[in-house]
Ligand binder design. Structure first.
Ligand code: SAM
Length: 188
């Protein structure tokens, strides 16, 4: 309704300064994008990039929401979202904070509610511990692993990859980038 069309909706949870999702919107006008970030000061940087860069002046398939991802099921309707991007999510290294990780089984439940039939989550990180934890959570939650790689930039999935701010920084330091594409359990 807001976009005035029925194109699929892709969201990025924790978009930071928005480099990835704004560029995705420019490249894919047939998809509606929503960037989600919980800190208004950070979201403002994304808005400034979007408003001030000539390159994006004709891009009108993107919106932004300042919110905590915990509230996703209250903001989006059941099955409304076709793809969720999680890029370089905060690791929350202490075990007692595991529930806060955006790839915990608690967050998978939230994503399951808003994802369309055949909807997917794509997760990129250079943090191998977080990636391994996420692979475990996929299994614990009964989700399906479509594909994964421990070195995206040297994999068959490298072509067309749009880099995030953190991805540029960490790959420049020589860190391999891990990526997984996952789906909720099959619904009957
Ligand atoms: N995705 C960007 C990138 O790859 O360059 C930013 C990565 S940064 C490490 C993680 C971002 O996610 C931060 O801006 C943080 O405020 C945001 N974030 C973390 N937890 C969140 C949550 N529960 N809801 C919304 N945003 C969150």
């Amino acid at each position: 309704e807001l976009f005035g069309n029925d194109h699929p909706i892709h969201i990025e949870v924790g978009m930071g300064k928005g480099q990835f999702i704004i560029e995705m919107a420019r490249r894919n006008p047939e998809v509606n994008y929503i960037g989600i970030e919980r800190y208004s000061s950070v979201l403002l940087r994304a808005l400034e990039r979007f408003d001030n860069d000539e390159e994006y002046k004709d891009v009108n398939n993107i919106r932004f929401i300042c919110m905590d991802a915990t509230n996703l099921p209250e903001v989006f309707a059941v099955g409304e979202i076709d793809k969720i991007y999680l890029n370089f999510s905060d690791p929350w290294p202490k075990a007692r904070h595991a529930k806060r990780r955006l790839t915990s089984k608690q967050f998978f439940e939230r994503y399951d509610k808003i994802l369309a039939f055949d909807g997917v989550v794509e997760f990129k990180t250079d943090n191998r511990e977080l990636f391994d934890f996420s692979l475990e959570q996929v299994e614990v939650a009964g989700w399906q692993l479509d594909n994964y790689t421990f070195d995206l930039h040297h994999s068959e999935y490298a072509e067309g990859n749009v880099m995030t701010e953190y991805e540029e920084k960490f790959s420049a330091m020589g860190n391999p980038i891990c990526r997984m594409v996952i789906k909720p359990p099959k619904k009957k």
